[in-house]
Ligand binder design. Structure first.
Ligand SMILES: [Zn+2]
Length: 415
């Protein structure tokens, strides 16, 4: 029915050569309908059927994750709860919303909070924030309030005088900021005081200036993680800037124009000729095209910068990243959100949201088609094969999102 990408690529390559024809322009492509500017009904049905069949596959393997002591969104039980909630709300199935709530309750009852676990993705802030929102909207408001209080309590590790907290998304302040924004965007009136959010932002900006000065960089803001100046979404500058640009109502004009935008400009200068970005300062190898390092999270940052500042040059950078992901984004290592095809495909959904050009929707759908053949093009099994960020749950999350492309949002990263 459709052209197939070639699997006959060199062993050293990280990705399958993309031989999909960009046949969305043909009258009879079966994926997107140019006239209606939407996904063809048959393909939508195929996506929907695939989501249900992959959910059954997840169910068959629940022994592998239900009793896990990893409670995180990233690779643990709350990540599965996040998918249940996404499925329940999108397919209007309250039983999945209940299952999400039960999973979070079980996790929270066994969770020990510590100062190392302050983020939405990898810490206790994930189950607390998601639990607070689900309880507020569907179950018990008093439980929600108590979770919000616990979440606020974590701030002492984040903004305290002697806090040695990192700043990146997975384990640092940006990951705590995400939890606060996630809750404030979903509960009315927003429960967290603006003053708390502003303090977290102030700490992040201050820390970035200190590091940039310490390494005598021209960058106005830089962040160190395990002795490297990472630039990507998971551990680096792009992830931190993306979070800050989603917190615009809490920023001063000075922070936005004199601190954050100049950092975006410097980052833009680091681009490879290919349009991809290095994973850290000084690393000249143009290899990684995945959300955690490289073009996909840069698309999201520059798309957000375009929305905030309105400058077309930012959209051009994002579009360049889109071409990189299209040609090099069918990764051999798998289908996950963090470093796999599903995460990469969000690139096209954001570009479709920005431009409304059918080409990007088509590209997202072709990557979705690839993901529906789950497991067929994968040269290694992830450590947590059913999890939200490394495994099956994340792929299903994306296959749900692609069906409503204008509302799609990268989980645990886009607020
Ligand atoms: Zn990754």
């Amino acid at each position: 029915m459709m052209s197939n990408p070639s699997a006959a690529t060199s062993e050293s390559s990280r990705y399958y050569e993309n031989t999909f024809r960009e046949d969305y322009e043909l009258e009879k492509n079966l994926i997107v309908d140019q006239d209606k500017d939407t996904i063809c009904d048959d393909f939508k049905e195929t996506l929907s059927a695939s989501v249900k069949s992959l959910m059954r596959e997840l169910e068959r393997n629940k022994n592998y994750f239900e009793n896990s002591t990893d409670f995180s969104i990233y690779t643990g039980t709350t990540g599965i709860a996040n998918l249940y909630y996404h499925y329940g709300t999108n397919f209007n199935d309250p039983s999945y919303i209940s299952r999400a709530n039960e999973t979070i309750e079980r996790s929270l009852s066994r969770l020990k909070t510590s100062k190392r676990l302050i983020t939405f993705l990898c810490g206790s802030a994930g189950p607390l924030a998601l639990g607070a929102v689900i309880n507020h909207l569907h179950f018990a408001k008093d439980k929600s309030r108590s979770m919000i209080a616990d979440l606020a309590e974590l701030s002492k590790h984040v903004i305290g005088k002697n806090s040695d907290c990192p700043d990146e998304l997975l384990y640092g302040r940006a990951g705590y900021l995400y939890a606060l924004l996630f809750v404030n965007n979903r509960i009315t009136p927003p429960p967290f005081e603006a003053s708390l959010i502003k303090q977290v932002i102030g700490c992040i900006l201050n820390s970035g200036q200190v590091t940039a000065k310490a390494v005598r960089s021209e960058f106005p803001l830089l962040y160190s993680w395990h002795d490297k100046l990472y630039l990507g979404g998971a551990h680096g500058l792009a992830g931190i800037l993306f979070l800050l640009l989603q917190a615009v109502p809490y920023l001063t004009e000075y922070q936005l124009k004199e601190q954050i935008e100049p950092a975006i400009h410097y980052l833009m200068k680091m681009r490879f000729v290919s349009g991809n970005f290095p994973s850290s300062v000084g690393n000249q190898s143009d290899k990684l095209v995945q959300w955690c390092h490289g073009a996909p999270s840069m698309t999201m940052l520059f798309h957000q910068a375009y929305k905030v500042f309105g400058k077309p040059e930012y959209l051009q950078v994002a579009l360049g990243c889109g071409d990189v992901v299209w040609s090099r984004g069918l990764l051999k290592k798998g289908y996950g959100i963090c470093h796999g095809v599903a995460g990469n495909a969000y690139t096209f959904l954001y570009l479709y949201q920005a431009t409304k050009e059918i080409k990007h929707l088509y590209r997202a759908c072709k990557f979705a088609e690839w993901c529906m053949n789950y497991g067929k093009h994968q040269n290694r099994t992830p450590d947590r094969p059913f999890s939200l960020f490394e495994g099956l749950a994340g792929t299903i999350y994306f296959l749900i999102d692609v069906q409503q492309p204008l509302f799609a949002n990268f989980p645990a990263y886009a607020v």
